[in-house]
Design a protein around this ligand. Structure first.
Ligand code: PLP
Length: 401
């Protein structure tokens, strides 16, 4: 058998790349997988080698065969010049921002951004003298009007966290290119399989590996990939912070990588089936799932994305807190908790009104976000149908959400 290389793998489709990328069995005594390398010290054979730090690896913080396997595989899947690994998805966001900003800068961040990203901008970046303007996720080419002489970054997240607005990435990218702004995208929902970030013009792309790459709710990990222009600076910033993840988590992410497309396609199928079912329920006013033709942003989703994952939201009719609690507390299959992208189904209520600043969020009633897992879809629907029964029984005195 001849081992494939990044060059020879270029002719393969993503499923084949996912199986082969980042593995070199001949370097691991023929074993199929790169094992967990644990280590701080790397020994050098000679004084000259030590002085020049000559060798493929130099010290534990700078990488091991395990971390290098995932970095090279991810770069290949994402179409990136290079990738760095960090302990969490949020760490990937903060590292990407710190790669691109300096004191005195102004940055543009979508109002639909993952809430902890917003916290970082409003506290740490503000303290460092970096000013943030939040923009309407649907602004498109209108972003031009918000650019200042000291603007350095445009941060995108599409679809938006919880509310699922789809951004016009091409229009925003054109504004960024005209003003030489660094574009950063939180690409966690789609992964590079459903939205190839660098092909779409993004400089830096963030993935919370905690979600679909893990797929099992048993690890935390972040990845930042970069195009040719930004990779050296990303690597240098990562190196300065020494933000390296633990080897077990990297190994588990490599394991998840091999089945990522299978699981994502199944999440898409299950998510769509559930979204369509929910759209028929009388308790549901609107389903926010960009792959459904009558959902907001569907045309842009169709233009830019290669698929949809299993995370979406619904807006319910006006209901009391008691009705919502009765529905959620009695669910047997849907867990309530943060994070998503695992094998198990989850639901959380959410309210964007408490933190958005550039847009208004005014739903008719409570809003729920679903992560659809790998359970039998009919079992999941029966669990929700029983939940809606409880919801209706308790929804006698209706108040605002
Ligand atoms: C969960 C999430 C993150 C953060 O990932 P953690 O590993 O939990 O820090 C970032 N962005 C998005 C869109 C997420 O959903």
């Amino acid at each position: 058998m001849t081992e494939t290389t990044r060059e020879t793998r270029q002719r393969f489709k993503s499923r084949t790349k996912l199986v082969h990328a980042g593995r070199t069995p001949s370097e691991q005594f023929g074993y199929v997988n790169t094992p967990i390398y644990r280590g701080s010290t790397v020994l050098y054979p000679t004084f000259e080698d030590l002085s020049a730090r000559r060798g493929r690896f130099s010290y534990g913080t700078q990488g091991t065969p395990t971390t290098q396997s995932l970095e090279t595989a991810w770069s290949e899947i994402a179409g990136a010049a290079g990738t760095v690994l960090v302990p969490t998805g949020l760490a990937a966001i903060t590292l990407a921002l710190l790669t691109a900003v300096k004191a005195g800068d102004h940055i543009l961040v979508t109002d639909s951004v993952y809430r902890p990203s917003r916290n970082f901008c409003d506290t740490i970046l503000q303290r460092m003298g970096v000013e943030t303007t939040y923009y309407d996720p649907l602004i498109g080419a209108g972003l031009e009007a918000l650019v200042r002489p000291n603007t350095s970054v445009v941060f995108l997240e599409t679809p938006g966290s919880q509310s699922f607005e789809i951004q016009d990435v091409a229009a925003i990218e054109a504004v960024a290119a005209a003003h030489d702004l660094c574009t950063i995208i939180d690409n966690t929902w789609a992964t590079p399989l459903f939205f190839p970030p660098h092909e779409r013009g993004m400089d830096l792309a963030v993935e919370a590996g905690t979600k679909y790459l893990s797929g099992h709710s048993d690890l935390l990990l972040g990845l930042v990939s970069a195009n040719q222009r930004w990779y050296p600076r990303l690597r240098a910033t990562w190196d300065a912070f020494s933000m390296c993840p633990g080897p077990e988590d990297v190994f588990l992410a490599l394991r998840g990588l091999r089945t990522l497309e299978l699981r994502l396609r199944e999440a898409e199928r299950q998510g769509l089936a559930m979204a369509r079912w929910l759209a028929q329920r009388p308790e549901v006013v609107q389903v926010l799932h960009p792959a459904l033709p009558d959902c907001p942003g569907h045309d842009l989703w169709k233009r830019d994305f290669l698929g949809s994952s299993g995370l979406f939201s619904v807006l319910l009719k006006p209901a009391s807190r008691e009705a919502l609690a009765a529905m959620l507390d009695g669910l047997e299959l849907f867990g309530m908790g943060y994070s998503w992208g695992g094998f198990e189904s989850l639901v959380i209520p959410f309210d964007c009104r408490t933190y958005r600043t550039a847009t208004t969020w005014n739903p008719p009633g409570p809003a729920l976000r679903f992560s659809i897992g790998l359970e039998d879809i009919e079992d999941l629907q029966a669990d929700l149908a029983a939940g809606f029964e409880r919801f209706n029984t308790h929804n006698t005195k209706v108040s605002s959400p």
